[in-house]
Unconditional design. Structure first.
Length: 317
């Protein structure tokens, strides 16, 4: 959504995501992996407010600890604003205030949501009116998850995860997130996956049916069928994340969290992305409340969300 250039703040909301399925290909010569993932945007949002300014700056607040987040040129939202300004020839700046609710380094794409929301906010603030395709290309250059935060909904991501095709999902899926008090570095989780594969610890790697997915990973048909049917029980049997074993290796306590959730009514649990957030799929709102209580009793932070939800968009006053 684009509005005329304004002197008032523009407020944009962008969602976190869950990877309901993730297959990771072999390590390429360039140091990256091809992936095939099914994203679902969920109702845990980042709120970005943008004001006109001479410089490009960012500050943070919210329900998560933001004290360690960089506010210099390395910050992804600052990079997004600078990229758009450079691309569109905008001479001015922007003051960004980001209210964070998505776990930091939690495998839910919070930083990517900040970047996507910043692109939309600055496009609106500066009146640059970029076509959707151009915004998507800018998003892809910032990171693999940024284009999905821009579009939201449910989608299949291939390549680095940034080549998106929409996936039909009917109804609403309910999730309970167990939010860890620590983060995991995405590069570190990928390195651990590569180490485990090289050591032969990933038993099915490059064997049998998985030999093809090593070269060119794909999303299982069962996932697409479950999403299309809006059936959480079918989706529960199809959840998969190649990164989960690596995340569990780096943070063994996640195994206990998975056990607690699955003993207390979850249809299934999965580490989201590179973790450490654990997403539990349940069969409805009542089950979500019961699971929240059980996780809270185990002194875990639990959040009930639903998906799919829309991507980054201007919040109209």
């Amino acid at each position: 959504m684009t509005i005329a250039a304004t002197d008032e703040a523009v407020h944009v909301r962008a969602p976190g995501k869950i990877n309901v399925f993730m297959r990771v290909g072999a390590l390429d010569a360039d140091g990256y992996h091809d992936v095939a993932t099914a994203y679902q945007a969920v109702s845990l949002y980042e709120d970005v407010r943008a004001w006109p300014d001479d410089d490009i700056t960012v500050s943070f607040s919210g329900t998560v600890d933001t004290s360690d987040l960089p506010t210099d040129a390395s910050n992804l939202a600052v990079r997004a604003a600078k990229l758009l300004a450079r691309h569109a020839g905008v001479p001015g700046g922007v003051r960004l205030e980001i209210e964070k609710h998505v776990p930091i380094a939690g495998g839910m794409g919070g930083g990517s949501a900040d970047a996507a929301a910043t692109l939309v906010a600055c496009d609106a603030l500066w009146g640059t009116a970029l076509p959707k395709e151009e915004l998507h290309a800018l998003a892809a250059s910032l990171g693999a998850d940024v284009p999905f935060a821009l579009t939201g909904g449910t989608a299949i991501g291939t390549g680095r995860g940034d080549r998106l095709s929409p996936a039909l999902a009917t109804g609403s899926f309910h999730w309970v997130l167990a939010v860890a008090e620590f983060g995991l570095s995405t590069p570190a989780v990928y390195r651990e996956l590569d180490r485990r594969r090289d050591a032969g610890l990933e038993e099915d790697w490059r064997s049998g049916a998985d030999a093809a997915s090593a070269a060119s990973p794909t999303v299982d048909l069962a996932v697409l069928q479950a999403l299309r049917a809006g059936d959480p029980r079918r989706l529960a049997t199809a959840l998969h994340n190649d990164l989960q074993s690596a995340a569990l290796s780096l943070a063994p306590g996640l195994g206990r969290i998975l056990d607690i959730g699955e003993r207390n009514g979850a249809l299934a649990g999965i580490v989201s992305g590179s973790g450490p957030t654990v997403a539990f799929l349940v069969d409805g709102a009542d089950s979500a409340i019961e699971l929240q209580v059980a996780l809270s009793a185990a002194r875990l932070t639990a959040v009930h969300v639903h998906g799919p939800v829309h991507g980054a968009r201007v919040v109209l006053r």
